[in-house]
Structure formats: C-alpha cells, structure tokens
Design a protein around this ligand. Structure first.
Ligand code: ZN
Length: 402
C-alpha cells in the first residue's frame, strides 16, 4: 500500500474519532442513504426489495433482508456497477495499527502484509491494502509455509484454523516468520490458540469480527473488546419485523449494513451470530461501541433424542472432547441421516490413523451416549477435513442430514 493511502486513512480515522455523536450520526445517515440509493439503482435484488420505498426514508423504513435469501440469490444480488472504495479498505488496516502501535512500524518492516484467505473473489471485494499478498487458504501446508518464509510478513491475517496449522509448522521449525501482528478473523479465536500463538511467534495477536460477506465489522482493542467500525458499518438490534428495539426490549434480529461494499451490497441483513452490545465506555479511549459475540447460531447442532425431544450441542463441546486425543491434529464430523457420522481426520502419522480413529470413535460414542443421542454408525472418512469451497472456512461439523 502506498504511504499516501495510509496517511489519508489515518487522518480520516482521527477525524472521525474527534467528531461529536451528532456529527457521527449525520455522516452515517449520509452514507446509509448513499448506499441505499446506489443499491436500488444498480442492484436487481435491492431494486425489487425497495420497490415501495419512497425517496425520503428513515433507516427503520428500509426493508431488512435475510442473509440466507441473499446467499441463495447470488445471481441477482450482484450489482451491475461497482464503486471502488480504497479508503475504507485502507482504514481497515489502520484500525489494526491503532492497536499494534503505529503505522511507522509497518513501514519499517517493509509494509509486508499477507492475507491467507479464500481465493474465490465472487463474494469478496478486496478489503485489503493494495500491496497485500493474498495466499489461498487451500494451499497445501508445505507450500503455504514455503511462501510465507519467502514473504516474511510483518502483518499476517488468517482464519484461526489456518493459524493452528501454521503454529504446528512453527513448532516443527519449518516456519521462520516473525510477524509483529497476527490478525485472526472469520472464525472464533479461542483463548488457548491465542496464548499458543503469542508464545510461538512472540508477536501481538488481535481478534477481529469479519467475514467476506459483510467485511470487517469490529477489531479488538488492548482491553480485548471488539469495537465496531461504526463509521462504515451499522449494527442494529431489531424486533421480529426488523424495526428498532425499544429500550430494554430483547432483540429478535441483529441487522448489519456495510456502507462501502458495492459489489454485493449488505443493507440491513440479518446476522447469523448472537451479538451482545455493551453500553459502558471502554477504558481504552475508543468511543465507538463495543460488542461481544456470545455464540454463533451456526455453531450449535440440534440432535433428536426421542420422538419429540431434542438436544442442542455446541460445536465447542466436540472440540473439547477430541482435542486431547494423541495424534489427532484436526477433525471434521460429517453428519448424515440417523446421526450416522463420518469422521475426517488430520493426522501427521499416517501409520497411526487406525488407532487414532478408534480412540476418537470411542470418545465420540461415549459423549453422544451421555447426551442421550444415538449415533447409528461412526466411520472413518478417507478425506481429511475439507474447507468450504466458497469462503475457505473450516467447519468442524458439517450437517448433511436431510
Ligand atoms: Zn476498547
């Protein structure tokens, strides 16, 4: 990224931070209005959705849209025109700098920024600085390690599941990089992985809440709080009909608007995650609101335990029981009809695959039995864990039940 982009972005962030709440509201309203106006003109899906929306409207009047609906209508969700927006992209980087220290360190380290992400650009307007190298998350780990050793990033962005793999390479002495900042995004970062990364790479680790669909929503401050990038992202707590919640009312939906993403616009879209909003000021001095993500709805799996009884099991519970199995570096449970399970395993020692599977199988069976769930069969899958082909994320549980 050119230095001028960075300087401009830093100034914009500083300017926003100094604004009064009223000024901030005003700028957000303008950006929201501009986004809706763009979408109804250049996006077939929103043009239809906003058919009955007048020219003058409040945010609450704009119909909300279900995320699943957008994802299943990608052909009409794509805009016929895209406005490149390098400023918010650079700003996203600046948000990281404000945490890691200042951008001079980045420049001193040769501005090397590496993102390991899905190579599928369909849903992804590049939210990265211009000179960033993007490596595909689908690269074999040996190749990824080799390229990283050559690139020597000062900043590294990756999914926690990728960082876990890289941690292993670092421990084995194959990976020699020493980034000053590791940014984890796209999936939940556990305390355990964070501690191991800090220990192995001796750098700062920052969690973010982001996705290729809706961009960078929030970045962590030094207090460990996720501050919303509320100059370009709006999060709303809404009722069942998508109207703003009254004071004290429990939200039924969380809606997100991204005000710079024009290729696949995200306007008042339902979010899949459970988000808690905090109204206490954060001691770090950042006055943008902060949130915590309690658990993603995607992360609980519903099992039938009887003809009219069922139980919800959080995916973390599976990780908890399988993480201690010696030799099992990673896993993916594929759920089929009648709770038949096919287990994909990532093991270093191929010879020990059978033994490791037996241990995993027994552990799983015992765990499910305790929960009252009957798994008809648990079999070993020939595949290793597979990432989602579109977004590159790795899910530990794939629900393929009818
Ligand atoms: Zn803070």
């Amino acid at each position: 990224m050119e230095e001028t982009d960075l300087k401009e972005s830093i100034n914009l962030v500083k300017k926003y931070n100094k604004m009064t709440p009223k000024e901030r509201d005003q700028i957000k309203r303008q950006r929201f209005y501009a986004m809706v106006t763009f979408a109804r003109k250049h996006n077939p899906l929103y043009a239809k959705l906003y058919e009955n929306l007048g020219v003058n409207f409040f945010m609450r009047d704009v119909p909300y849209v279900e995320r699943d609906f957008l994802l299943s209508n990608k052909d009409i969700w794509q805009s016929d025109e895209v406005i490149p927006s390098f400023i918010p992209q650079a700003i996203n980087t600046v948000r990281s700098f404000t945490f890691a220290s200042d951008y001079r360190r980045f420049l001193l380290h040769g501005s090397r920024y590496v993102i390991i992400s899905s190579s599928d650009g369909a849903l992804q307007q590049a939210a990265w600085p211009k000179s960033t190298t993007v490596l595909s998350v689908f690269l074999p780990i040996e190749e990824m390690t080799k390229q990283l050793n050559e690139l020597r990033p000062a900043f590294l962005w990756a999914y926690p599941s990728t960082l876990e793999k890289l941690l292993e390479q670092k421990r084995l002495g194959r990976l020699s990089i020493k980034p000053i900042l590791i940014i984890a995004g796209g999936e939940a970062l556990t305390d355990e992985l964070r501690a191991s990364l800090i220990d192995a790479f001796e750098g700062t680790v920052q969690a973010t809440y982001s996705s290729a669909e809706f961009g960078l929503v929030a970045s962590e401050c030094q207090m460990g709080h996720l501050h919303v990038n509320d100059d370009w992202i709006i999060l709303e707590q809404a009722d069942e009909k998508g109207k703003p919640c009254a004071e004290g009312e429990k939200p039924q939906k969380i809606l997100i608007t991204n005000m710079y993403k024009t290729d696949y616009p995200v306007i008042r879209m339902t979010l899949p995650d459970n988000i808690r909003f905090h109204d206490k000021a954060c001691p770090c001095g950042n006055t943008s609101p902060w949130i915590s993500i309690t658990s993603a709805k995607d992360d609980t799996i519903l099992f039938k335990t009887g003809s009219d009884t069922s139980i919800e099991i959080h995916t973390d519970e599976f990780s908890d029981i399988l993480k201690d199995i010696p030799g099992l570096n990673g896993y993916q449970i594929v759920l089929y009809a009648n709770n038949n399970i096919s287990l994909r395993m990532d093991v270093e020692d191929k010879e020990a695959r059978g033994i490791i599977f037996l241990q995993a199988e027994q552990t799983l069976r015992r765990f499910l039995k305790e929960k009252g769930v009957t798994a008809s069969a648990i079999t070993m899958d020939a595949d290793t864990p597979l990432r989602n082909e579109q977004n590159g994320k790795l899910k530990n549980i794939l629900d393929c039940r009818p």
